[in-house]
Ligand binder design. Structure first.
Ligand code: GLA
Length: 710
């Protein structure tokens, strides 16, 4: 058997050479090949094209896979024994000629979305346990040239910052070791721009996302050959895995997409694939909500919740979410130093219980949601008193404590803990089936290594088993409550990853709700995640994190580019602010399908520091679009670029209507029509300042334009 395996999507092709007794090799990944071109491919030169290089027979080269066999041998050889193609899935089975170890490489093709998912199954047929020390999901050689990397870094309140850099010789490692959450700092997604610094709407780009919620490692190694070697993996550090006889280890998937339409082109592929196959309820419009956190923090009480529900209902909102602070009996949750684990209502704060809250939500005609942090406990809690053995801590040592000086992480590798976590949601939903939404938080990393459940021999399984336990629990919840909306929150944007999103409807982008900084964070987030999944809330000023005061219109215009919500105490808002929000919610309902299901075209990046940022969403039929334009700084007599639009139909005529207008006079373009060609080749002049009445002028300017084809 010597076969050329060709994987086609609508616009891309991947070719692998699969020959029995040899290592499978990449031959091509790029724009779609014609039949003729497929027959006449040149074999790549001066690179190691192995699809899954194993360690031991060419030690200096980076490997995707390394293990210690039962007899102590550290080397592995993996040669093709079988090829199986069924429907969208291709399986290539590799075996070691000396040891009964097999590795199956999977490739799954998503035609329309130009996506190829790849992952690996490692099977131990040896008589005794073997130890896996490296177990990448995939490896991909990328031809050198002027290849640039786009990736994301950050921290709490500053998530998903975009960084763009050329790939130079040496090794670049992007990783996470948080243990519970994995997207505050580095992100498990990267793009490679193959022809110089990435452009939004032109150029060849490969995007890769490791669909995993735990510790990860993305490595790009550039040596003396003609290729960069990309590896995406569960982070193997302190995670060697003992695979018993007869067991199979399945790696997480990597989703790969190639586009000739630049960075935004790859983003659109990920958004489509994500909405259709990954994200929970990716085809269902999201409700407009008010979350209580920045409005009242821990100061929860029945009257206060009723008032907030009334206020959001009066502004047109559809859902109210009660955040932290509602629970604890023996230890009521007053601040962040107690009660996690005790998921019973604090009757002093809420004498009518959750029943009372649901009653009030019904009275106001909105839905009700609730905050929980199920994977955690405080040492000050009834749960900890009953089950000190359920927490993660190093053997023979005191637990290292987190938030509030008392927080601990529950050991999700323990099936009893999984049952408990499941029961938190199950109890709430059994008693109160009208609960519509759960905000699932996770506010602590694994600080100390140790499971009280795993054997001493298998302590190195902790990180992996934690995430298996989390996933199993999520699967159980979804099997029983398929319609529930669940937000993934983790001290803000700690869980923006494609590992958890099959079980969650959205994620909280950041605890930082400052509109200006959100432009940067949401920009980075949008590379791999669709707007429908990005919770984006209007909050008070001075902002509670950065203390900046921006205009209400600006805050609205930024929040409306994602899944719109509010994070504010409405009773402190002026009538004028309430009127602006009421109008914005009405306008958002009109554009919600375009923002939440449309194609994203990023136009001007805030990271390019030209004084503004701009992007647009276009519906599938190219008949409706929403254009966002935000100034990122303000100077007198400044010069801002005119923004060329993208993604429209050149031959259609689009009528312009400004949303969220505060100016006394409409813009000169209001109600006028322009051809798609003109809008994309030239663009519109947007006045640099909003011009409301004098007393309302400020230095924050933004515009939202609705374009409708005639
Ligand atoms: C985390 C979340 C916030 C809020 C608090 C509650 O920080 O990111 O949105 O829910 O916890 O304690």
């Amino acid at each position: 058997m010597a076969e050329t395996v060709t994987l086609h999507t609508s616009n891309t092709t991947m070719v692998l050479n699969v020959e029995k007794g040899k290592q499978p090799k990449y031959v091509y990944y790029g724009a779609k090949l014609s039949d003729y071109d497929q027959q006449h491919l040149q074999t790549p030169r001066n690179g190691r094209m192995d699809a899954y290089p194993a360690y031991g027979m060419n030690c200096p080269a980076e490997a995707a896979f390394a293990m210690k066999h039962a007899d102590g041998n550290m080397s592995t050889e993996l040669y093709v024994t079988d090829l199986d193609r069924q429907g969208d899935i291709t399986r290539i089975t590799l075996k070691d000629p000396q040891y009964p170890i097999s590795v199956t490489l999977f490739y799954k093709v998503y035609q329309e979305e130009d996506m190829i998912e790849t992952w690996t199954e490692i099977h131990n047929g040896e008589a005794k346990p073997v130890t896996l020390t490296q177990f990448a999901s995939c490896s991909l050689p990328i031809r050198r040239g002027n290849v640039w990397l786009s990736h994301f870094y950050g921290s709490w309140a500053n998530e998903a910052r975009l960084v763009e850099e050329p790939i130079l010789p040496g090794e670049k490692v992007i990783k996470n070791k948080d243990g519970t959450r994995n997207s505050h700092t580095d992100h498990a997604e990267v793009m490679f721009s193959l022809n110089g610094k990435g452009q939004e709407n032109t150029g060849d780009v490969i995007g890769a996302a490791l669909c995993y919620s735990g510790n990860f490692q993305l490595k790009i190694d550039t040596d003396d050959t003609e290729y960069h070697y990309f590896f995406a993996s569960i982070n193997p550090d302190n995670s060697e895995y003992h695979l018993k006889k007869g067991e199979t280890f399945t790696t997480p998937k990597v989703a790969l997409s190639y586009s000739q339409a630049g960075l935004s082109g790859v983003s659109r592929n990920f958004h489509q694939w994500g909405r259709k196959y990954m994200l929970a309820h990716g085809n269902k419009e999201r409700k407009i909500l008010l979350n209580s956190w920045e409005g009242v923090y821990f100061d929860i009480n029945q009257q206060g919740m009723d008032q907030m529900m009334g206020d959001i209902a009066s502004m047109g909102g559809e859902l109210f979410v009660m955040d932290d602070g509602w629970f604890g009996d023996k230890y009521p949750r007053k601040v962040d130093n107690s009660s996690l684990g005790d998921w019973v209502v604090d009757k002093n704060k809420l004498p009518d219980g959750i029943e009372g809250l649901l009653r009030d939500a019904k009275k106001h005609g909105i839905k009700f949601g609730i905050w929980i942090e199920p994977e955690m406990a405080n040492t000050v809690s009834e749960l900890y008193e009953a089950h000190p053995d359920w927490i993660i801590k190093a053997p023979k040592r005191e637990p290292v404590l987190g938030r509030g000086g008392t927080q601990v992480v529950l050991d999700m590798s323990n099936p009893k803990v999984q049952d408990f976590v499941f029961s938190i949601v199950d109890n709430l939903m059994t008693k109160y089936p009208e609960i519509d939404y759960i905000k699932w938080d996770a506010n602590m990393p694994i600080l100390n290594h140790g499971s009280q459940y795993l054997t001493m021999n298998d302590q190195s399984h902790l990180y992996i088993e934690y995430h298996r336990g989390l996933e199993n629990t999520c699967k159980r919840i979804r099997a029983k409550y398929p319609d529930l909306t669940i937000q993934a929150c983790a001290s803000g944007g700690g869980r923006a990853n494609w590992g958890v999103l099959p079980y969650f409807d959205e994620f909280w982008v950041s605890d930082n709700t400052d509109a200006l900084q959100r432009i940067y964070m949401q920009w980075g987030t949008s590379y791999f995640f669709p707007a429908i999944a990005m919770a984006s809330h209007i909050s008070a000023t001075p902002n509670h994190t950065v203390f900046r005061t921006t205009a209400m219109k600006y805050r609205i215009d930024v929040a409306m580019s994602g899944r719109l919500g509010m994070e504010i105490q409405p009773k402190n808002m002026t009538d004028d602010e309430k009127a602006l929000c009421r109008n914005a919610i009405k306008e958002y309902k009109g554009i919600r399908p375009i923002v939440q299901f449309g194609d994203l075209f990023r136009l001007v990046s805030p990271y390019d520091k030209v004084g503004l940022a701009s992007l647009m969403y276009v519906n599938k039929q190219k008949t409706k679009s929403v254009f966002f334009w935000w100034k990122t700084e303000s100077f007198q007599n400044e010069h801002l670029p005119r923004v060329k639009m993208a993604g429209l139909d050149a031959n259609k005529y689009y009528k312009v209507h400004e949303l969220n207008r505060i100016d006394l006079r409409p813009m000169d373009i209001e109600g006028k029509s322009f051809s798609g060609a003109y809008l994309m080749n030239h663009g519109l002049e947007i006045p640099y300042r909003n011009e409301p009445e004098y007393a309302k002028k400020n230095d924050w300017s933004s515009r939202v334009l609705l374009l409708e084809a005639e």
